[in-house]
Ligand binder design. Structure first.
Ligand code: FAD
Length: 506
């Protein structure tokens, strides 16, 4: 009977980075992925020969010396990835209600500060407070800075602050407040809920440097998978794990949808923690742990328009644009059927050989899973494909038109230059990622219960660990940092963090 050192369930960013880091340490890993394509949210797809992203519209922290650069460089990715820096004067543009002005968030803290000061003269004290507080918070998170150890107390203070309230404390100017929080779709920000550390860690890494992948974010998954295979790792696709089986406190094997069984000494789940618990068989979990996980809320799901544009009609924009209706910034998910959508994000796909014209664009807004629940028993997965009804297609069409009407007010050139639209609902994300509700970023963090919403990699099963966006933070950087903390927990020491920090080129 073959027994792997480590079985990793799911090949999302967290699972693949764990697999790469641990195979570099000599472990034989086996990654089991239910989909045909590896990568979870890293997957890119093409429609009418145009590339679309599912969950990598842009990445931060990739300039030499920055946090994600150092990890990616250690993993040999930096020399292979095809990246392009986003417009340095505006990685994000914020547009608000009927205000014709477009506000820019610039890369580099000095440029960020100076450009906002030009738009909001007299706001030095508030902008300084914003900048200094965010930078201070980022320093308190050891793995974000590739430091080992660090005490919990170091972070706690920052974890107990509400983002909306903090931004309000920086300035009385409503417009500046709306600009500073304007890209909160990035983390499904909610007023009186989203902790400031989530805003700070994400905003900071994009301010430090922002990049798009040329030819799709799926290249990250492909290169990580190649690294793992090179070191003797095994990657199974189209293979769904059904159960994690054990005897009391220790897992022994996983059973697969096809009835096969795979044994390992250690198991890492890249799935939502609740999905992981549902898979346990013969393993004891303390009821308090189970209840704690059950009580956690997920971030909202989304509705996405993936638009194929007519050739040479719509100019390419490397900046991302976020729109929100006046006064709705921190409650974009509290829409009604009448006022939906309350905001959206626009992401143009870069072309390697054409920077003048856009060939495709994705527009993302929120949608609650309840809106599509009536079609919840239909699936669009490799293993269990099923037809969705004409009513569902009609529902999508209606939503496409409504979102386009809203977008056309600020992007007049798009509607008449559409060649084709492919939309994704919460059901698409559910089927893609394998969660229950198509949640955008997994477990929602909450400043009122910061420790409860921060999930440790260890579980109550001694050899079962968690990884991915649900732990520390979501996003490419967040899931990578989660993978670092999982690797540290599996190995029982911080040596990998040390190695990354001391790597030659970093
Ligand atoms: C619409 C959208 C846009 C985003 N945009 C950005 C962005 O621009 N920049 C950014 O940094 N981040 C972005 N993100 C977030 C980022 O993509 C995710 O946080 C991150 O990729 C999640 O990684 P993960 O490790 O948690 O794995 P996931 O991507 O959640 O992958 C989990 C994997 O497990 C597999 N799986 C599930 N069940 C099973 C099973 N039973 N057996 C085997 N395999 C299974 C799934 O198929 C999947 O491959 C975006 C996310 C979304 C949804």
């Amino acid at each position: 009977m073959h027994r792997f050192d480590i079985v990793i369930i799911g090949s999302g960013m967290g699972g693949l980075v764990c697999g790469d880091l641990l195979s570099r340490e000599g472990y034989q890993v086996c990654i089991i992925e239910k989909n045909k394509q590896l990568g979870g949210c890293l997957q890119s797809f093409s429609r009418d020969k145009r590339i679309f992203e599912s969950g990598v519209h842009y990445i931060g922290g990739l300039e030499k010396g920055q946090n994600l650069y150092r990890i990616f460089d250690y993993l040999g990715l930096m020399e292979k990835l095809h990246l392009e820096r986003i417009n340095e004067d505006a990685f994000d543009k914020i547009i608000i209600g009927d205000d014709p002005k477009v506000y820019s968030l610039a890369q580099g803290w000095d440029q960020f500060y100076d450009s906002l000061l030009r738009d909001f003269p007299g706001e030095e004290p508030g902008l300084k407070k914003y900048r200094d507080t965010l930078r201070g918070i980022c320093l308190r998170f050891p793995l974000y800075n590739l430091r080992s150890g660090g005490s919990f107390a170091e972070k706690t203070e920052a974890m107990e602050v509400d983002t909306e309230r903090f931004i309000k404390s920086c300035t009385e100017n409503e417009k500046l407040r709306a600009v500073l929080g304007g890209n909160n779709i990035l983390y499904a920000g909610r007023g009186n809920e989203t902790p400031l550390y989530v805003h700070a860690l994400i905003q900071n890494h994009y301010i430090e440097s922002s990049w798009k992948c040329l030819n799709g974010g799926s290249q990250i998954g492909k290169f990580l998978a190649a690294n793992i295979r090179e070191r003797g790792g095994v990657i199974l696709r189209n293979t769904e794990v059904k159960k994690i089986v054990g005897d009391g406190k220790e897992a022994t094997h996983v059973t697969l949808a096809d009835g096969n069984v795979i044994y390992a000494a250690v198991f890492i789940s890249n799935l939502h923690p609740m999905k992981t618990l549902e898979m346990l068989e013969g393993l004891r979990i303390k009821p308090a742990y189970q209840h704690r996980l059950e009580s956690l809320k997920n971030t909202v799901s989304s509705f996405t328009l993936n638009i194929v544009l007519k050739k040479n009609t719509v100019p390419y924009q490397s900046s991302n644009t976020y729109f929100h209706k006046e006064g709705k910034l921190w409650s974009l998910d509290e829409y009604t059927q009448d006022n939906w959508p309350l905001g959206y994000g626009v992401f143009f796909t870069p072309q390697r050989d054409n920077h003048q014209w856009a060939e495709s664009v994705s527009i993302i807004t929120y949608m609650h899973f309840e809106e599509v629940e009536q079609w919840g028993d239909t699936f669009n997965t490799t293993l269990y494909p099923s037809e969705r009804t004409a009513e569902y297609q009609e529902f999508k069409k209606l939503k496409e038109e409504k979102l386009l009407d809203c977008v056309a007010e600020r992007f007049p050139g798009i509607r008449e230059n559409i060649e084709a639209i492919y939309s994704a609902t919460p059901l698409s994300y559910r089927d893609y990622i394998g969660n229950d509700d198509g949640s955008l970023y997994g477990i929602a963090k909450d400043y009122r219960e910061p420790l409860k919403t921060l999930i440790p990699p260890r579980t109550h099963v001694s050899n079962l660990f968690l990884t991915g966006q649900n732990l520390n933070l979501h996003g490419i950087l967040g899931a990578t940092i989660s993978a670092l903390s999982t690797t540290t927990a599996v190995m029982g020491n911080d040596s990998v963090v040390e190695k990354i920090r001391n790597a030659e080129n970093a």
